[in-house]
Design a protein around this ligand. Structure first.
Ligand SMILES: NC(=O)C1=CN([C@@H]2O[C@H](COP(=O)(O)OP(=O)(O)OC[C@H]3O[C@@H](n4cnc5c(N)ncnc54)[C@H](OP(=O)(O)O)[C@@H]3O)[C@@H](O)[C@H]2O)C=CC1
Ligand SMILES: O=C(CO)COP(=O)(O)O
Length: 334
């Protein structure tokens, strides 16, 4: 089977290499033609994944139509806010039998939609059962070194989730399946916001107690949003929830935790993101989730605090004090 990977950042490149090494014929599409030429010339992604040599079965292209032509599966690995624009370059009618697997994490800012909903919006000829996501604790840097990693393939169709599992599964990349695509997508998106909070705590010089509090209470607000959007609260105890939350809040590789750390040290958001070459999805997702939670009446105090620090200039010390001095609560929800 031919597979198209759209997006040649660190994650798209990692997955394209994994699939090509498994023996699939893979087309990796980069949106800048000159970057596609550079990738092909050096057979390496110096910018986003230095050190990984491309196998011969990996074909690089800057032409999205040729990338998806005859592909049985399309992997979308562009930043969440660029997904709509990328998919709109495709001709929906030719993709009815294709499985679309989104691996970007986030919520669309303008619409508040999950990314699988964006896929269906832009490509109405595709049935919801043909859409999946692949989420979980999986930093590209470690996956590309074949370090043990576990992820979850989620689709409303178990058959589709199992196909995705079959395609990606290796002895170092273990893929589980889940039919709660809503829960998986919401959990995998909210974890990036909580990771910014964890980074802010690091930047302020707080220790393990504060980090554990952010992870645990972050999980509570993640669960409330999952339920509010119709997902299964059990999903947050899985790889896309607690799994990805742990990796993102603790890892030196995490871009979202890094953004938070710099904010905690007193830098402005603009200054931090303009000097980063990689995408930190938690930034737009914070805005999108605050709007969603207000609409649904879901209480998300850490997310709101992150919003105030990122976009309203609230000092981090004041935000932490406000969180700690909220009205005392029961630990578990009714
Ligand atoms: N890195 C990781 O470990 C993981 C990442 N993810 C998710 O995967 C998604 C992609 O992340 P990642 O690969 O890390 O990102 P990177 O920051 O490594 O790279 C971003 C890529 O997106 C491209 N891009 C930027 N704007 C557009 C656009 N408008 N249209 C098409 N492509 C564009 C960039 O190209 P250019 O160079 O031209 O800017 C670059 O190739 C994110 O949602 C992330 O959360 C999920 C799991 C793991
Ligand atoms: O989603 C990711 C790893 O699972 C990547 O995001 P971060 O780089 O913020 O951790």
């Amino acid at each position: 089977m031919k597979i198209a990977v759209l997006g040649a950042g660190s994650w798209g490149t990692t997955l394209a290499v994994l699939l090509a090494e498994k023996g699939f014929s893979v087309d990796l599409w980069a949106h800048r033609k000159e970057f596609a030429l550079e990738l092909d010339r050096f057979r390496k992604n110096f910018r986003y994944l230095p050190g990984v040599l491309f196998p011969d079965t990996l074909h690089i292209t800057g032409d999205i139509s040729s990338a998806v032509e005859d592909a049985g599966m399309i992997i979308t690995a562009v930043p969440s806010q660029a997904l709509r624009e990328t998919l709109s370059l495709l001709r929906a009618s030719s993709l009815e039998e294709t499985i679309i697997v989104n691996v970007a994490k986030g919520i669309e800012l303008d619409t508040g939609r999950r990314l699988s909903e964006v896929v269906l919006d832009v490509l109405p000829a595709i049935l919801p059962e043909k859409v999946a996501v692949l989420y979980g604790p999986s930093h590209a840097e470690e996956v590309s070194e074949r370090q043990p990693t576990t992820v979850v393939a989620a689709s409303s169709s178990l058959e589709t989730a199992k196909k995705v599992q079959d395609v990606f599964h290796t002895s170092a990349f273990r893929v589980y399946v889940n039919t709660d695509i809503v829960g998986v997508e919401v959990a995998g998106s909210v974890k990036n916001i909580i990771a910014i909070a964890a980074g802010i705590s690091d930047g302020l010089g707080f220790g393990d107690n504060a980090k554990a509090a952010i992870i645990t209470r972050g999980l509570a607000e993640m669960s409330r949003l999952v339920v509010g959007l119709g997902g299964d609260p059990m999903t947050v105890s899985g790889l896309s929830g607690i799994g990805d939350l742990v990796v993102t809040c603790l890892s030196r590789h995490s871009r979202n935790r890094y953004v938070g750390e710099q904010i905690g040290k007193g830098r402005s958001l603009d200054d931090v993101v303009t000097h980063m070459k990689m995408v930190a999805e938690g930034v737009p997702t914070t805005k999108a989730v605050v709007a969603l939670s207000k609409k649904l009446g879901v209480d998300m105090p850490i997310t709101v605090a992150v919003y105030e620090m990122l976009f309203e200039g609230k000092p981090a010390e004041k935000a932490i004090l406000d969180l700690m001095t909220r009205e005392p609560k029961k630990e578990l929800e009714e």
